[in-house]
Design a binder for this molecule. Sequence first.
Ligand code: HEM
Length: 507
Amino acid sequence: MPLPAIPTALAAASVGAFLIYMVFFRRAKRFPNEPPVDMGMIPWLGHALAFGKDAATFLTKMKAKHGDIFTVHVAGKYVTVLLDPHSYDAVVWESCGKLDFNEYAKILMKRMFAVQLPNYDPATEKAMMKVHLQNKNLPALTKSMFSNLKNILIEDPERKHSTWKEEGLFQLSYSVMVRAGFLTLFGNDSADCNDPKLRAQDRQFSADIYKHFQQLDQFLMKAARAMLSAEETNDLDSVRKSLWGLLSINKLNLTANRSSWLETYLKHLESVGVEEDLQAKAVVVQLWATQGNAGPACFWLLLFLLKNPKAMAAVEKELQEIFKNKARPLDEKEATCQEVLDSAHVFDSVFYETLRLTAAPFITREVLKDMPLRLANEKEYTLRKGDRLCLFPYLSPQMDPEIYEDPEKFEYDRFLKADGSKKTEFFKGGKKLKHYNMPWGAGSNECIGRFFAINSIKQFVFILLTYFELELKAPRQKIPSFDNSRYGFGIMQPAYDITIRYRAKHS
Ligand code: HEM
């Protein structure tokens, strides 16, 4: 039975007053050694809007006001932000019993992908899946990626002719990497890699996957912050449903050349009693986790090369040296050989400089009990149970002027020593840094696909530079700024795309 109107209003007011009391006055009582707290001016929301709109600008302001550690109030939650890279190890290696990353992962999975898995334990799952993307499983993945990249980039009749073709560089990079990465992990139409008809089917199906993937990707940031309108929620539901259909277990069971990573993941879901419908939903989460970053990274890397002729010349020279001028066609054995891929030191420096400038994940932990946190400067702070702890390596070390001179600038040889070997020594406060660039996260958060990602990105760029001429359509156009709503989730995306012209070097 509905309550009469006045008591309902009174009840709502009391609940509101109680919540405001909980948020503001609970915090009025400070523990000794707590980091400074910044509530923000808007009741209940606190700093939520500024944080969601542009986390980097907001946190830079907070750092200037409070220093390397502070707590901000964000939509009913207290988030302690730590920005001293010398102290990150105290967080990323802390036990899950004190600083847990499972709970937040579960919240995001529900908001973004509408998935709640029974007995879900991300830490155990990650440890189990790691081996299938690394070590002895890496060569097979690298080989398969090369074949799939060649199919999409070189065998596509659309790209074969030697007339100039115009395309957005972001679209090109993201679509090729998602399509080839998808085929490599999730399987081909057939095990026969020589039948042109079957290769064409792979191109078509992967293009369909990418179309839906991209639509999904556009909603996910707002979904993560629970900021979708009713219409957007419906649209997200519908694109998720399409992907669940495209990646149903029946369909996946028909593919050939599936990676051991996928095989093991599906067996694992079955073993913990996940029904087939829910398995397809979990697979869509994995599709995004594995394919969301490499394409945007390729975009920035190629754009920096195209805007910096000196860097491009150095990379092309290195390519010629590595492949000893017999670069056309790229020798498959060499292009998939780990030793050869690892020998591209100039490329590696360009790549790590690109990641330094564009990788901006949050490293997030839930504080499970009141606990001390000792920083590298020996100062001890108290963290409060129920709060969230967040590291943001993009601000420091990556964009920290104390560590990198002109941190906003792309310097292709920043990670090279004078003798051409890899530079790994960087300092802050006179002390050598262990964490000087953190695109992959760290500790229990570290990306388990990073070795495969590095190989795939190299292959994509090597194929593109070897088989195609490419140039910017408007060489004077500025490098785009970021889509600022995407801080926290990996590689940033540009606010707008940049058009390039490209054509096959030979018919
Ligand atoms: C430039 C490319 C990439 C970057 C910068 C990157 C970065 C990251 C980061 C920062 C995380 C930690 C996320 C977290 O735990 O909060 C992560 C997790 C992960 N990455 Fe990557 N990644 C890249 C490419 C890849 C690729 C190509 C794969 C797989 C083939 C992959 C597979 C994964 C998986 C499975 C996780 C774990 C997700 C989870 O915790 O559920 N990544 N990655």
